[in-house]
Unconditional design. Structure first.
Length: 361
């Protein structure tokens, strides 16, 4: 095995709940542990398998909420205890990434690290791996923070955007600005300009570069983790991490570091990527019937077009006269709403939590 491969590590972020994909994604069983595409494996299993040719399996780390430890072990039995990093409470992506990268650095100071969410879909995996290997080759030699950018296909207001500096034919480009979830009008302008891409939330860097960035831009977070480096891979790690997370602020890696650092670059990719963060994003990538419906369940449909329907296999669902709707049933919840109102799903979750209780979220 090459030294590059031995020095390559993968960090899979698997602590989120995915509330915009409710009622399918719930607190006790979030979407990364579901077979969302109906392919016979969960999203986290697909994510880890995607990197099987990139690094040894012992170099793959999963950061998750402590409540999901046993779910991770069930879905990824090949991972050792030290490869499952348990957060006592969610503090967004910056502390999650700091935890993993400081721990990896204790084992290998030359580590080249890929960070990826557990719940994204990549349909063009070979193109994805080519981008990853290109990024690894660059970050192994230079102190760069690299992110993957996806060419936008629509003015989506649910994604973050990266503006890059056009420089001819180079496929790795310097980042100019980040914009988080713009208005529809602004997103349309981004699309027309031609030098904006979606922020996939997938990063590549060498471990020394990202730790230097934490010390420069998120010194409070760096100080917390650096205080207990000797506890990693020991029985004291859990107690130390509990203390770190009780003191650590909630901050994303984009806001805390990527928007501030001057060594951020983006590799442009056409990867068939989706974060499957919403029902519409699943609809956009799923196979459709001649009527434009995406159906997962036992159904009879009449005069129904352009709907996404995900219902239990043991229940017959009969639908007549719906167009552009979401029909989703999971366990004790049935949700029906127009597809163009999918951003209201988070409001539904909040209202349900307040009026009906935690068992429904």
């Amino acid at each position: 095995m090459s030294s590059l491969s031995e020095n390559t590590y993968v960090v899979v972020m698997a602590g989120g709940v995915g509330s915009r994909f409710w009622p399918f994604s719930r607190n006790n069983y979030p979407k990364q542990f579901h077979d969302v595409l109906g392919i016979g494996e969960s999203m986290i299993q697909s994510t880890v398998k995607r990197f099987s040719s990139v690094c040894p399996k012992e170099n793959i780390y999963v950061v998750t909420n402590r409540e999901y430890k046993f779910l991770v072990q069930d879905h990824l039995p090949e991972l050792g205890e030290d490869q499952i990093l348990q957060e006592p409470v969610g503090r967004n992506t910056a502390p999650c990434i700091a935890y993993a990268c400081y721990k990896i650095a204790q084992k290998n100071s030359k580590a080249n690290v890929i960070v990826a969410p557990a719940d994204h879909v990549i349909l063009r995996e070979q193109a994805f791996l080519e981008c990853i290997h290109q990024a690894l080759a660059v970050t192994a030699e230079e102190s760069l923070l690299v992110t993957l950018g996806i060419k936008p296909t629509r003015p989506d207001t649910g994604y973050g955007y990266i503006q890059y500096v056009p420089d001819g034919g180079q496929s790795i480009k310097k980042v100019s600005t980040f914009t988080e979830k713009p208005s529809l009008e602004v997103a349309q302008k981004f699309l027309e300009s031609g030098n904006y891409v979606w922020n996939a939330g997938i990063f590549v860097w060498n471990v020394q570069s990202i730790l230097a960035a934490f010390r420069e831009h998120l010194k409070d977070v760096a100080d917390l983790f650096e205080a207990g480096l000797a506890t990693f891979y020991t029985a004291e790690e859990r107690t130390f991490i509990d203390g770190v997370y009780s003191s650590c602020r909630n901050v994303s890696i984009d806001y805390g570091i990527m928007e501030k650092a001057d060594n951020v670059h983006v590799i442009l990719g056409d990867l068939g990527w989706s974060d499957v963060g919403t029902w519409n994003s699943l609809y956009s990538i799923a196979n459709k019937t001649p009527e434009g419906n995406v159906v997962d369940g036992d159904t009879l449909l009449y005069d129904t077009q352009n709907c996404i329907i995900k219902t239990p296999q043991d229940k017959l669902v009969v639908i007549q006269g719906l167009q552009d709707y979401i029909v989703a049933e999971h366990h004790n919840i049935l949700m029906i709403c127009p597809r163009n109102n999918e951003q209201k799903v988070k409001d539904f979750v909040s209202d349900v939590k307040a009026s009906k209780g935690l068992e429904y979220v």
